[in-house]
Design a protein around this ligand. Structure first.
Ligand code: ADP
Ligand code: ZN
Ligand code: ZN
Length: 668
């Protein structure tokens, strides 16, 4: 028996490539892309074979044998490995740390029981090979043009589908999919959506439209067994349509022929921990790699994508009108809270509008992006406020649950009976969250059916779906919710949207805050009047003259995006600048700052701007202080070249401070 050497990527934080020996006859070596079980340290781990060699630098007495090769699983395609390599290089992480977490957990177990079971199950699924869609609605001219452009595109063609809310973007995707599936009887299509609470409606639509096609879904609320089965369906090419959230961008799709990214502006395409990747950006890379079309859809595109469309890198497709006959965009009005004084957070104008909807049997939606009862509890006698003991943040009052909760470190306490400092028993909630608005509404409209949807009301698995079903069934008069209710949903009887308290975002330090607020308001406004009923959006504000609100009133994304881009250009901010952020965490702020100073001095450079370290806006979270250092360049290659060397220099500092590097950060 002779041997070969397997180079295996393992999920480890430092360099992740390790050599192992494997006994095999020449000609029957394992293949690149197969998974292998090995001993690593004191544990067994599953890794990815990235090279098969005959020599190694590892001394013979140190070289270990691999335990097993997962031969029942076909190798991950070379192009998939290339995607993982790109992501690893671009985000400056080891290959194994990118490639392996993207696989289902059940593939990474020491036993193959779960894998064998899933393969058996997959084999039993009936083959579905009929791409013929069921009755397709007749598209309007703009939709037709867009669907044909997408469905007919060949080669790498990035397209921005810019369509107002309710313009029927979904229908465009579906008809473009039909063309691709029809043309190529092995073609796979990947459809990404931002959040899981948006998938059921779309999933049902796809299933109904393509009954003869296998659909796989990939998102974080699947059980491990389901996830494995769906992943395998994609990997074996049997699933022709894969619908998933950002993690699905790393799925194995041997015959991928088109990518759709719905609501492409959504921040949840960016992973905010570990490998901080942008699924949207990786998708564009993957489309270029495979030389296939990709469509990015939104009513409020990200400035990055809009910029690409303006400069011609992306082809722009437009849907300027709503698709349903007689449906027009809602009228948007501002309510001046200085003149129209609110009670329970609601101005008389908004209350009157709610009353009218109840009388007419129509639905209303109140949007407040703040969950809990009140953001802070305070003592008016001595000035005590409910600070979190572990974070630079307030403990939020959750009255129904009788708790104070920190939304950053999850610390929970009972609501104190009296002020911890002075003993005053009359503690006051300050400000207003969704729970408090709900309570106010119940008092004001005792006869109305009121439903709150936010992260607290939908903790239990499946409860978000139940809640949305209740709204769709018409069993709700007033819906109150956070950004969970703002996006995607097609509520047919909704004719009033009220926006409470959007002003705070106008004055945020975060330069992306206005882009985000604008998108959020356009999205939530877009929930109204989708089925042709006359509808309006009322925004309560103390700054009615602000140009952002003016743009929302005119539904004028184009001009607003133009002015934001102009500002970004002047201020040398993305998309005119490329950024990376080095973060450091330590028990004491000074330690974190010292590390960042050392990092700054470790590698002077003329090609990039290295800013000074600063504490993060929310400095302390869970007893850890956090600071950051921003590196910028107007050239992406220059920034990347710098980062590659810098990461080595940072490792060489051998600091005990926890640090992480984020490329293209969204929050700085
Ligand atoms: P968007 O995603 O652009 O906000 P949707 O795809 O949810 O919009 O479509 C909005 C509504 O318009 C849906 O109820 C959909 O069924 C309907 N619709 C889409 N296209 C057409 C069409 N060509 N004719 C009639 N109704 C349509
Ligand atoms: Zn007090
Ligand atoms: Zn906290």
């Amino acid at each position: 028996m002779s041997h070969c050497i397997l180079q295996i990527a393992l999920d480890t934080p430092l360099d992740s490539l390790f050599d192992y020996r494997w006994a095999c006859e020449p000609g029957s070596e394992p293949q690149v892309g197969q998974l292998a079980l090995v001993n690593f340290g004191r544990r067994e781990a599953v890794g990815l074979i990235v090279a098969v060699k005959h020599e190694t630098d590892v001394p013979a007495d140190k070289l270990k044998d691999a335990i097993a090769v997962r031969s029942q699983l076909s190798p991950l395609p070379e192009r998939w490995i290339a995607l993982a390599r790109f992501a690893a290089a671009y985000y400056h992480r080891p290959l194994g740390e990118v490639a392996l977490p993207g696989l289902p957990k059940n593939l990474r177990l020491s036993t193959t029981v779960a894998l064998d079971r899933a393969l058996k199950k997959l084999a039993k699924l009936p083959d579905a090979h009929d791409p013929m869609p069921t009755d397709m609605p007749v598209l309007n001219a703009a939709q037709r043009q867009a669907a044909d452009a997408i469905g007919g595109a060949l080669g790498f063609s990035p397209m921005l589908l810019y369509g107002v809310t309710g313009s029927g973007k979904t229908e465009v995707y579906l008809q473009a999919c039909a063309q691709v599936l029809h043309r190529d009887d092995a073609a796979q299509i990947l459809i990404l959506v931002p959040e899981i609470n948006l998938t059921p409606q779309l999933e049902a639509n796809i299933r109904a439209r393509f009954p003869g096609v296998m659909l796989a879904t990939l998102h974080s609320s699947l059980s491990e067994g389901e996830r494995m089965l769906h992943w395998l369906a994609a990997h074996t090419g049997r699933a022709r349509i894969v619908l998933g959230t950002r993690l699905a961008i790393l799925s194995s799709l041997p015959n991928l022929k088109m990518i759709v990214i719905d609501e492409e502006h959504d921040p949840s395409y960016k992973q905010q921990e570990g490998l901080r990747y942008s699924a949207r950006d990786l998708a564009v890379w993957r489309a270029r790699q495979l030389d296939i079309p990709i469509v990015l859809g939104s009513a409020t595109p990200s400035l990055e994508s809009w910029h690409h469309a303006q400069t011609g890198r992306y082809r722009r497709l437009e849907l300027r009108e709503r698709a349903v006959r007689d449906a027009v965009l809602p009228r948007v009005k501002l309510i001046d809270m200085e003149r129209d004084k609110p009670k329970e957070g609601l101005t008389p104008t908004l209350m009157q509008a709610l009353r009218l909807r109840i009388e007419r049997g129509e639905q209303s939606l109140l949007f407040l992006n703040r969950r809990g009862y009140a953001p802070v509890l305070c003592c008016e006698a001595c000035g005590w406020i409910s600070n979190c003991t572990r974070c630079t943040a307030f403990m939020v009052l959750h009255r129904p649950e009788r708790r104070l909760r920190c939304h950053h470190c999850s610390l929970e306490t009972r609501i104190p009976h009296a002020c911890p400092t002075c003993g005053n028993v009359d503690l006051q909630p300050l400000g207003r969250g969704t729970q408090r608005v709900e309570e106010g509404l119940q008092a004001l409209f005792p006869q109305a059916r009121i439903l709150r949807i936010d992260a607290d009301s939908t903790r239990r698995k499946g409860s978000a779906q139940e809640a949305f079903d209740t709204v769709h069934r018409g069993d709700v008069d007033i819906l109150i919710g956070t950004q969970m209710v703002a996006k995607g949903h097609d509520f047919k009887r909704l004719t009033l949207v009220g926006v409470l308290n959007p002003d705070t975002a106008l004055f945020s330090q975060d330069y992306r805050a206005s882009e985000r607020l604008f998108a959020q308001l356009m999205q939530v406004a877009g929930r109204a009047g989708r089925a042709g009923l006359e509808s309006e959006v009322l925004i309560q504000s103390r700054y009615c003259q602000h140009p952002l609100y003016g743009a929302v009133m005119r539904h004028d994304y184009d001009r607003f995006a133009g002015s934001l881009l102009e500002e970004r250009h002047q201020a040398a901010l993305p998309p005119y600048m490329y950024q990376a952020l080095l973060r450091a965490e330590a028990p004491e702020l000074a330690t974190a700052i010292e590390f960042l100073e050392a990092a700054r001095d470790a590698m002077p450079s003329d090609a990039v701007v290295i800013n000074d370290p600063i504490p993060m806006t929310m400095t302390r979270v869970h007893n850890v202080d956090r600071a950051q250092l921003l590196v910028e360049s107007n050239s992406r290659p220059a920034l990347q070249a710098f980062l590659t060397e810098w990461v080595e220099a940072l490792r060489a500092l051998k600091s005990r401070v926890r640090w992480s590097l984020e490329v293209d950060p969204l929050d700085i």
